[in-house]
Design a protein around this ligand. Structure first.
Ligand code: COA
Length: 263
């Protein structure tokens, strides 16, 4: 099937892995309105595509994942009507939250403001040794509006998140790794290969198990422990009814690779 056409991003799917590339390298992949709309559409399409097992998000060029919101759009005053429209509109990060597939961020260079918020909405983050990450909005007299004030403290804790958000400072990759903001740091040229290798590893797993594993963790996190355990119990019981569970056990006993049916 032909890949959908976009102006500000690229989306390619091969062997169960969809790669979304933010594609405005001249402005360090800054996010304009068109990119936000295209990301929303793209994630909505991929979410409903059973052939897509894993999504990788990356930035074009070597300098940036994304330098955040396109600041050139800031010089137009935001009239109240447009503001209300924006609040009603489904945001790509909300679509990502409902995305059943694991999403991996491959971060080279800068991930600032909305760029870091996009990475925070991903499930696993791999960064280059020269990456710099920050919620820099306060330097422009605004605050993170794409989930940053909520997702960052959940990941790195209240104190570190407030330090980052209030100072607007950029953290080097090593520090980001130390505080749990990224899961892995690798040399720049290895960021995308490492993300693709991880994606392929995940894409090889039984599809329904992969989805339910993500659902159990993501939906369980905000719940009280007892409710989270109940959710886990329900999902794991459901998985015991699949053909793939039998296939997994048989393949193990017969010492061969499993052939997943996705049911
Ligand atoms: N919006 C629009 N354009 C941006 C941008 C953004 N967020 N970030 C970078 N650019 C553009 C620059 O204007 C420049 O364009 P030009 O070549 O037409 O002048 C180009 O990208 C390269 O950036 P430049 O600033 O020259 O590179 P640098 O190496 O000196 O600095 C950064 C890199 C990322 C430190 C710097 O660009 C920066 O601070 N950007 C803004 C980051 C930010 O505050 N994001 C949050 C927005 S809420």
């Amino acid at each position: 099937m032909a890949e959908p056409r976009y102006e500000t991003i690229r989306s390619e799917t091969a062997d169960g892995v969809a790669t979304i590339t933010l594609d405005r390298p001249d402005v360090l992949n800054a996010m304009n309105d068109a990119m936000r709309r295209e990301l929303t559409r793209c994630f909505a399409d991929l979410s409903g595509d059973d052939d897509v097992r894993v999504v990788v998000v990356t930035g074009a060029g070597e300098r940036a994942f994304s330098a955040g919101a396109d600041i050139r759009e800031f010089v137009e005053p935001l009239v109240p009507v447009r503001f209300r429209e924006q609040r009603r509109r489904l945001d790509f990060r909300q679509v990502m939250d409902r995305c059943p597939q694991p999403i991996i961020a491959a971060i080279r260079g800068y991930a600032l403001g909305g760029g870091l918020e996009l990475a925070l909405a991903c499930d696993i983050r791999i960064a280059s040794e020269d990456a710099q990450l920050g919620l820099t909005e306060v330097n422009l007299a605004i605050i993170p509006g794409g989930g940053g004030t909520q997702r960052l403290p959940r990941l790195v804790g209240r104190g570190k998140a407030l330090e980052m958000i209030l100072t607007g400072a950029r953290l080097p990759a090593g520090e980001a790794l130390r505080i749990g903001l990224v899961e892995r740091v690798v040399p720049p040229a290895e960021v995308l290969p490492a993300a693709m290798q991880l994606a392929r590893t995940l894409a090889d797993k039984a599809p329904v198990a992969l989805r339910y594993a993500k659902e159990a963790v993501v939906k369980g996190l905000p719940l009280p422990l007892a409710d989270g355990l109940r959710l886990e119990g329900d999902l794991s019981t459901l998985l015991r009814t699949t053909e793939d569970r039998l296939e997994g056990a048989r393949a193990f006993l017969e010492k061969r690779r499993p052939r997943w049916q996705g049911q």
